[in-house]
Write a protein that binds this ligand. Structure first.
Ligand code: AOF
Ligand code: ZN
Length: 355
């Protein structure tokens, strides 16, 4: 049996939960009839499922539900002659749902193949142990790298005890993120003064990043000067939790980041403002405590340079508009972008990854 083929199918299914399951991992499951030892001959997929939404059924639960909705002849399959593939170790804890490992045992599945162990301290190996104790054959670590990549945010939170950090900015061909603007706080002018660099298509990618990350952060100056909403409007998905710092207590509650305060993430405040301690390691520690698995930092230069100095980040995305030359302005963070980029609407998109 080609284990990798089915784990890759699990990963594909897991992705259907993207934008809606964080801070849980994306997980997919596939129930396969083994080729041998069956009355009906031949290896085939009996049912599939994935974790669709935070707080709802896990992949395995949905897979078995779908299996039970199949025709009677298929339901009668001897599950001891079947293999359940799951991209992540089945859970062993009573969370919002009972343990998936228990469910699998009750169903009498003969073999379980998983992509990786679950780093959540509530699980971490206990799921596999429960299955083995019940006499089920368990194989782990199939396509492990791909499974880890799929859930890099979830893994970062549990393994490093901090959210996954994505830095993002757009700059002109001559290296500025904005023109020079007077500090026009409180006047109408400051609402519309920001230099627009992104194109309609690259803007969509920015909003995709907002959907992919649970939180979004900008510095005080950006709130004052650009008065951004920081919502996900040009892509499917939830609005991120908005974070800023206000060391000098100068932010107005009228700022748009405070608009419509309902959170898209159950149990987590929609807007977080750091006033006293504003250093990056402290902020990350605090975000992790709140269960936030990822943060997208959209500027400005001061905040991004502070983060670059600490060295605590995971990805950087820079959009360069080569033909936009403004001569003077607010310098972009100073980093070497390298040689590789993607091109969209004539703009260069650079992606840098820590490891
Ligand atoms: C699985 N299958 O599809 C997922 C798992 O709060 P709960 O009950 O939803 O539990 C969340 C934890 O369960 C999550 O942190 C992770 O350890 C595991 N996620 N496990 O067997 C799934 N999504
Ligand atoms: Zn589970």
């Amino acid at each position: 049996m080609d284990y990798e083929k089915y784990i890759r199918r699990c990963i594909e299914l897991a992705r259907r939960g993207e934008y809606y399951v964080a801070p849980n991992p994306m997980v997919g499951a596939v129930l396969v009839r083994n080729g041998e030892g069956q009355k009906a001959k031949g290896e085939c997929i009996l049912a599939e499922g994935w974790h669709e939404r935070y707080g709802e059924g896990h992949a395995e639960v949905n897979c078995f539900r779908n299996f039970e909705n199949t025709e009677y002849r298929i339901q009668n399959t001897d599950l001891s002659q079947c293999t359940l593939f799951v991209s992540l170790e089945p859970c062993s804890h009573y969370g919002k749902t009972p343990p998936c490992a228990k469910l699998i045992t009750e169903k009498g599945v003969g073999r379980v193949v998983t992509g990786m162990l679950d780093p959540n301290p509530l699980v971490s190996g206990r799921g596999v142990q429960m299955l083995r104790d019940a006499g089920i054959e368990v194989i782990t670590g199939v396509c492990e790298q791909e499974c880890r990549e799929l859930n890099k945010r979830f893994l970062c939170l549990h393994e490093k005890k901090r959210p996954y950090v994505v830095l993002k900015w757009a700059q002109t061909g001559d290296g500025f993120i904005d023109g020079r603007r007077r500090d026009v706080r409180g006047t109408k002018e400051h609402l519309n003064g920001a230099l627009a660099i992104s194109t309609p298509n690259t803007k969509k990618l920015v909003h995709k990043m907002r959907a992919e990350n649970m939180a979004i952060m900008v510095g005080t100056h950006t709130v004052l000067m650009d008065n951004p909403r920081l919502r996900t409007t040009h892509w499917e998905g939830r609005n991120p939790i908005r974070i800023t710092v206000d060391r000098h207590g100068i932010l107005s509650m009228e700022s748009r980041i405070f608009d419509h305060t309902e959170s898209d993430y159950p149990g987590i405040e929609p807007v977080i403002v750091y006033r006293e301690r504003t250093d990056w390691p402290f902020i990350l520690q605090d975000l992790a405590k709140r269960g936030i698995d990822s943060v997208l930092v959209e500027g400005g230069t001061t905040l991004i340079e502070h983060i670059l100095e600490t060295g605590i980040w995971d990805e950087i995305h820079v959009e360069v508009a080569p033909e936009l030359i403004i001569g003077d302005g607010v310098a972009a963070p100073a980093i070497a972008l390298g040689e590789d980029y993607e091109c969209i609407d004539g703009h260069r998109l650079y992606t840098l990854r820590k490891d």
